[in-house]
Design a protein around this ligand. Sequence first.
Ligand code: C2E
Ligand code: MG
Ligand code: MG
Ligand code: MG
Length: 290
Amino acid sequence: SVKDMGRNGFNFYDEQMNLDVQRSFALNVRLHQAVQQGELEIYYQPILDLVSRKIVAAEALMRWTDSELGFVSPEDFIPLAEKNGLIHRLGDIVLLEACTQAAAWQQISPIKIAINFSSVQFRYCEALQERIVDVLVQTGLPASQLEMEVTESLLIEQDNALMKMLAYLKQLGVGLSIDDFGTGYSALSYLQKFSFTKLKIDRAFINNMTVCSSDASLVSAILAMAKSLKLKVVAEGIENDEQALFLQQHNCEFGQGYLFSRPVPAAEFTQLLIRDQNEASFTEQIERAG
Ligand code: C2E
Ligand code: MG
Ligand code: MG
Ligand code: MG
């Protein structure tokens, strides 16, 4: 009967809810431990110039493999860290480690480092600003080599302190990218209010672009708009040559995705960078010889 179905349904959801609560409790405990014991790692994914195919930047992406829970995606633990306040410590770890690494990479190639910032971190924007400046001074990384990636959720609250901080960092030369563009609030007016330097098209659009004509028009519309606003564009999630070619033909400057490389540990990224430099100097040698 309907009544039985209701009861069974209730039991099922009840049990499912219980498991969810248990899992998020376990995640919470383990994440605190992981932070304390320094178990979080940072991987780096190259961002390439789509014409020269040279690495121009690295995006720092956090990785966590727990001894009991196994691999936990940042899509799961970042929102949790935003709720329990750990995001401030996580953010600090990524900022210091990635800037230290990027400062060392400057010896090989003048690449930029792109770091993701959660909107929650901007709740204490004076402290955050101070920390960013400290880290730049401490690591010796030029401000022009740091790019902050933020999502549209930051832009809902456009308070004065936030605007002041962003203006200050911009004047130092720090870049500001809008991440996951196209998935958020689509209030285009904010693009001018905030002085972004880059726009990253969400990989959902890149995914379907070469098979779905409406996504293709969307991508070319975003590219045209970005051009008129003098914003550089990074396409996220490029997985095949067809996508890379389409983007190149539509004058998208930069790309990132499994076609070029997955996110890799720092040592592996160093190898990618060295190989990239050698290949470049080889081409330059040929050009000079010719
Ligand atoms: P995001 O900033 O948009 O990062 C790009 C995501 O796309 C990464 O997922 C990357 O591994 C993935 N990706 C890159 N190329 C491809 C591709 O060709 N195909 C596919 N399927 N995926 C690709 P990841 O590393 O799982 O990170 C997910 C999100 O977690 C990030 O999205 C970012 O919002 C957040 N996140 C990661 N690390 C940090 C961090 O240190 N701080 C903060 N606040 N957020 C972080
Ligand atoms: Mg990002
Ligand atoms: Mg993104
Ligand atoms: Mg994302």
